[in-house]
Design a protein around this ligand. Sequence first.
Ligand code: C2E
Ligand code: CA
Ligand code: CA
Ligand code: CA
Length: 278
Amino acid sequence: AKREGKNTYYFYQPSLSESATRRYTLETDLKSAIQNGQMSLYYQPKVCAKNSVIMSAEALLRWHHPSLGFISPCEFIPIAEQTGQIIAIGNWVIKEASMQALKWQQVAHFERIAVNVSAIQLAQDDFIEQTLATLNETGCPPSLIEIEQTESALMDKMQENIQVLSALKQAGFTLSLDDFGTAYSSLSQLSQLPIDVLKIDKSFVDNCATCERAHMVVKTIIQLANNLGMHTIAEGVETQAQLDVLNSEGCYMYQGYYFAKPLPQNEFEQVLESQSLV
Ligand code: C2E
Ligand code: CA
Ligand code: CA
Ligand code: CA
């Protein structure tokens, strides 16, 4: 608050028109962002709990705007979803990731690349057809691609989603449930989903070494996954103390700044080739 004379305070707040202008700019510029080469994928290692070897990577989208700088996916993905641009962007992500997966599968222990797929993409009637056509162009088999779907997005149209996921699974994709534990899927719903991996949400991982209840949630998710024949990965691992707890509960894979931040393609490639994490 800025004090202007006696008892008069002015508070700075971005005006409605300022945020509307930014939103309009982003929406407009998003249309040509791919053609203009402003989009890129960063890759964050997912490592084996036993030996820290990189088994896969999550592809995370980055938009470098010419005048506004890096825009967080948390800001532009929702815009792309509202305008339908997520379809073209999502296809581009799959194409890019599949080209990299094809290349990196040659490195020992590296299995696949995970992409984030929006609920809007999954709801398209031709999502599977389109995705398989894209992979056909690059020559990448579905077994090199993992599809991450958030728990909350899936719960929306459960019956339809079970069918799409089953077809994807049949086609050879690996499926993982992102941000697990933050939505309220019932056990019966969860058991019907053909999911391979539960991603334990960062909020539980954050607190698992300092809060006994968060620890118990993590422990329970890992047991549940094991009982349903699914693997677990903890996201957002940042400290040794968190790692100790996760190890003691038998978590299968880790992802987080403790190991590596999301890296540009060439840097990820260097790390992958040297396998010199931690
Ligand atoms: P997400 O799928 O939950 O991705 C994990 C986010 O956590 C990423 O943020 C990642 O950089 C960050 N992260 C990873 N490890 C750590 C850690 O140890 N500490 C902290 N503090 N953060 C960590 P990012 O890259 O900003 O992405 C944010 C969200 O944007 C993603 O959340 C995902 O929902 C969405 N997103 C990113 N790329 C795509 C994409 O290609 N398509 C779609 N539909 N959504 C995407
Ligand atoms: Ca994800
Ligand atoms: Ca996540
Ligand atoms: Ca999360």
